[in-house]
Write a protein that binds this ligand. Structure first.
Ligand code: G1P
Length: 290
């Protein structure tokens, strides 16, 4: 079983400036929930009880979001707004540890900051930019494979050739059932240098020996300590697996992906879908006739 989950959230969010100048990108809402809450709920749904958020400057709103809110709860209680009260209370009953990453030195460095809390166990890493459609079984499947094999498992997605530059790309041997034994990884290669089109997406089950590698790892691409480089070293020592995800993932760290996620999640929201669908159909008709 995996009990611990790490959420790197110290990035600067430059792709969403100016919105992210003083507010964390992890708090941008998709319909009515901040990005990081989708990832937190995903981890909780598969049994992770200790959640570690790696924060940085301008990230206080994340801690406030998951804190108790006595005044708000009191007002909701007095007004008899039971459903809203439940929704708000649910968030303040989760165990979080917060660690500050003092400088944005990369994903590998962010994960290394969690070492004292991880305590020698395998753990999950969830990047909240990558939103997996709620209800997906990706993370529980990865946990099952990682537990059975006693190994690291990374989520993969087949990406367009033009998109390989946005991802860590793997080279691996097909073991069937969507599982790949990873032979090597390259961080954000040029399409001509990419060993495949299988991109790493932001869900990892890591074994604790990754920390020994991260501790001595030199900065890589972009001058940052890259998790991809550490995984490459690990894969040369012992089996590391990739698990190909065929469900729906939104790249909410990108404006277009964020808009797609907003529209699709709003269409799945029972309270919004009828009205929103009508609006979208009207909009499309107007576009087509103009
Ligand atoms: C990070 C990783 C990259 C991975 C991606 C998934 O990049 O470095 O290997 O493919 O997450 O979202 P970032 O998107 O943080 O630049």
């Amino acid at each position: 079983m995996i009990k611990k989950a790490v959420f790197p959230a110290a990035g600067l969010g430059t792709r969403f400036l100016p919105a992210t100048k003083a507010s964390p990108k992890e708090m941008l809402p998709l319909v009515d929930k901040p990005l990081i809450q989708y990832a937190v709920e995903e981890a909780r749904d598969c049994g992770c009880e200790e959640l570690i958020i790696i924060t940085g400057k301008q990230k206080r709103a994340i801690e406030d979001h998951f804190d108790s809110a006595f005044e708000l709860e009191d007002v909701l209680m007095k007004k008899g707004k039971k459903e809203l009260l439940e929704m708000v209370r649910k968030l303040s009953h989760i165990n979080f540890a917060y660690i500050r990453q003092r400088a944005p030195l990369g994903l590998g460095h962010a994960i290394l900051c969690a070492k004292p809390f991880v305590n020698g166990e395998s753990f999950a890493v969830l990047l909240s930019d990558d939103v997996i459609a709620p209800g997906s079984t990706l993370l529980p499947e990865m946990i099952k494979i990682a537990t059975e094999k006693g190994a690291t498992v990374i989520a993969l997605e087949m990406v367009e050739e033009s998109e390989v530059e946005k991802y860590g790309i793997i080279e691996g041997d097909d073991e069937g059932g969507g599982l790949y034994r990873i032979r090597g990884l390259v961080e954000k290669p040029k399409p001509k240098d990419a060993p495949s089109r299988m991109g790493v997406i932001g869900r990892y089950i890591l074994t604790p020996d990754i920390f020994d590698i991260l501790e001595t790892l030199a900065p890589g691409k972009g001058g940052e300590v890259q998790l991809t480089d550490a995984l490459n070293i690990l894969a040369a020592r012992r089996p590391v697996y990739g698990y190909l995800f065929e469900g729906k993932r939104y790249d909410a760290g990108d404006k277009l992906g964020f808009l797609e996620a907003t529209v699709e999640l709003a269409l799945k929201d029972s309270a919004l879908s009828a009205g929103f669908r009508k609006f979208l159909v009207g909009l499309m008709n107007n576009e087509l006739s103009s």
